[in-house]
Design a protein around this ligand. Structure first.
Ligand code: IVH
Length: 685
């Protein structure tokens, strides 16, 4: 790295550097604030990058001036092993829900009574359909962020929330007292366009889709790697301020003050003088909510005066001074043109409604799920019917009812097709007691396509160039008839190059990714095989509990269910899979292709994976357990034990008379656990 300043005049230079760092931070904070809160670019992207990099360099060269609230620290820390817990100053409560105007009127009547006719106002706010969040500032600087959790304590998601650009790490405002410490609460959410973008990427990577922006938000704030979070573009709207010093006398003024502090609030909140104005707000947003860039699921009505809020108080875990009016899911009526079948990788057949395209919640809908046979027959849904469809924030809308008045006279009851829609037209079978039909022909091309897509997907064998489109081509052109054919593709280079979509370069890339996948850890292969009911977690457990695939194949039901987290249904499915002759041939072929069949995580006494990937160091005298036993215990829960403390260490377990390792851990900021605290962690399992 280049020295930014020469060593000779260091005493003179250091204060100057500190000043420059401070100036750069203030400048970047100002640019960020304007850009993310007011959509205002004060400088070009290039200029911004230059000063950002200058700050990064100066901080790297002068670590003594490092600061947690520097804008460079938004995506600072390393990936976490797990979240710490934060106990809330006051419990995080929820709201009572209503679905009708009468109930809102009832809420208003109770308030009027309790306030004995003194005048009052309401604040109406959008009810963001996201995840609630608490953020604390100490002396004007970001301190920590927590999820709601059980209402009393939540996960410490500070590292993730610091990646949200609208959240200042240091408050800018001049209106603040120096030592300002306070808490704000609000909702973290994703815009619909980001939700769609992320799901589209997931389609490409063959990853499971998120059902709605809320689920995606919840998944995002719980990611263990802040760098991944930063890519997702989270937003926050704060709607509550708690502070000893700066509390105003009304909620509306608090909302304004949140904004004055430089924190994001909702620009849509409105002060209402009476119930009519409240209904006006409700009706306006019920009609216009699809125009918002994010999803809302209702309106929150809050008493404005804080004193009056105190008079009303709380009932159970909700305030009496506020209520949520929930919107009905958006609905539309359209014609059901056809019912088609979709075949999944396990052969499960899902009926899909092919609809006359109709506008619903801002998008045009032409398909909806019909779930399974029972769903269709209970509602007596028929081709040609007019149906009511609903979009409750989910990607795939649902058919909720049939408009019987509009049913054509000649309509006939829907009979579930007897045969699979693929070319082989195999008989569909409905196992006793199940709502689903299955295509049980293992040669079914629809199933094969899904199986290959799953096998190659990121969390399974992670063969990057083998996405949906390429899989389809390779199957249609006869190159892939079974999973094991993936590893035979290298013998067909000349023919593959002739396929229009593939050039030499992409074939090389594909074949390299396929070769690379042979080295994957065993759990990825187990997951990739697509054994029914065996997801990622169970695959990891199996790889920890058996030395290799052969041992799993040999295991009987008793042995399988003796493993924590492997239930009866899973055990039966594993046995069925390994008994199947076709699967046996597949495994022989995969072994011939030299895929990794051996576990590198095998430990005969795996109890759980609660400590997966967490690195411990043991030191001092432990009271209740020997060192060896503690090591065994950690490993049996998926953790690792290392001999010395380094930056990679997650926890030091320090017994009595701990010495130099403890000092090193303190230096490096490694968390130190007492023996007692360590057992507390394990109890959570
Ligand atoms: S006030 C004590 N205001 O809805 C009441 N909540 O159960 C605190 N929400 O958990 C909540 N937008 O996650 C409030 N403008 C808003 C909101 C809002 C969304 C969520 C919040 C809360 C749930 C209500």
């Amino acid at each position: 790295m280049n020295q930014l300043f020469s060593i000779e005049n260091i005493d003179e230079v250091k204060p100057k550097i500190n000043q420059e760092i401070e100036n750069l931070r203030n400048l970047i904070n100002k640019y960020d604030f304007e850009y993310y809160n007011n959509a205002n670019s004060l400088v070009s992207d290039k200029e911004y990058d230059v000063i950002f990099r200058r700050l990064q360099d100066l901080e790297k060269e002068n670590p003594e001036f490092a600061s947690q609230d520097s804008p460079t620290q938004r995506v600072g820390g390393k990936a976490l092993g797990e979240f710490n817990q934060i106990v809330h100053n006051k419990p995080m409560l929820s709201l009572g829900n209503t679905y009708s105007e009468e109930e809102v009127a009832d809420f208003d009547r109770k308030i009027k009574e309790a306030l004995e006719e003194t005048p009052y106002q309401y604040v109406c706010e959008l009810k963001y359909d996201g995840v609630s969040l608490s953020v604390k500032y100490e002396n004007g600087a970001f301190l920590e962020a927590a999820t709601r959790g059980d209402g009393f304590k939540g996960d410490d998601i500070s590292a993730n929330i610091k990646t949200v650009k609208t959240i200042p790490l240091k408050l800018q405002s001049e209106i603040l007292p120096e030592d300002l410490t306070f808490e704000v609460r609000g909702e973290v959410f994703l815009n619909e366009s980001d939700f769609i973008r992320i799901n589209e990427q997931r389609v490409e990577n063959n990853e499971k889709l998120y059902a709605n922006p809320r689920n995606l938000t919840a998944g995002t704030i719980k990611l263990l790697d802040p760098k991944e979070v930063a890519k997702r573009q989270l937003n926050v709207a704060f709607y509550y301020l708690d502070s000893e010093k700066i509390l105003k006398s009304t909620h509306f003024d608090n909302l304004q003050f949140i904004k004055d502090l430089g924190l994001p609030n909702s620009p849509y909140s409105k002060l209402c003088n009476n119930l009519e104005e409240v209904f006006e707000f409700i009706n306006y947003w019920d009609k216009h909510r699809s125009e918002l860039p994010f999803q809302i699921d209702g309106i929150v009505i809050k008493l404005n005066s804080i004193k009056q809020q105190e008079i009303l108080g709380f009932v159970a875990r909700s305030p009496r001074w506020a209520i949520a009016y929930k919107f009905e899911a958006e609905k539309a009526i359209t014609k059901l043109n056809n019912i088609t079948l979709q075949v999944g990788r396990t052969g499960v057949v899902t009926p899909v409604a092919e609809l006359e395209p109709v506008q619903l919640a801002g998008t045009v809908i032409s398909r909806a799920t019909l779930h399974n046979y029972d769903f269709i027959s209970e509602k007596d849904i028929r081709v040609g019917d007019y149906v009511e469809i609903e979009k409750g924030g989910e990607v795939i809308p649902k058919v909720v009812s049939v408009i019987l008045d509009r049913r054509p006279e000649d309509s006939i009851k829907f009979e579930f097709p007897t045969y699979c829609p693929c070319e082989l037209k195999s008989l569909l079978i409905r196992p006793e007691g199940e709502a689903n039909y299955y295509c049980e022909n293992p040669d079914c091309p629809s199933q094969l396509k899904r199986r290959i897509e799953h096998f190659a997907s990121r969390n399974a064998m992670d063969i990057e160039s083998l996405g949906e489109k390429n899989v389809e081509i390779l199957i249609n052109q006869g190159f892939i008839k079974s999973i094991s054919d993936i590893y035979e593709l290298k013998n067909h280079i000349d023919e593959l190059i002739k396929i229009e979509r593939f050039g030499q370069k992409s074939i090389v890339k594909l074949l390299a990714a396929i070769e690379e996948s042979k080295k994957n850890p065993l759990w990825k292969l187990i997951f990739a095989l697509g054994i029914r009911f065996i997801g990622e977690g169970a695959s990891k457990i199996l790889a920890k509990s058996f030395k290799n695939i052969d041992e799993i194949a040999k295991a009987d039901k008793e042995k399988l269910i003796s493993i924590n987290e492997i239930g009866e249904k899973m055990a039966e499915s594993i046995i069925r899979f390994f008994k199947d002759e076709k699967e046996q041939i597949l495994l022989i072929n995969l072994q011939k292709s030299e895929l990794n069949f051996t576990s590198d995580s095998y430990s005969f006494h795996t109890k759980s994976l609660i400590l997966q990937d967490i690195i411990f160091v043991l030191t001092g005298e432990l009271n209740t357990i020997t060192r060896d036993k503690a090591k065994e215990l950690i490993e049996s829960h998926g953790g690792k034990v290392s001999g010395s403390v380094s930056k990679k260490t997650n926890y030091l377990i320090a017994g009595e008379n701990a010495g130099s390792k403890r000092t090193k851990a303190l230096e490096l900021g490694v968390r130190i656990l007492s023996e007692q605290e360590f057992f507390e962690i394990l109890k959570k399992d």
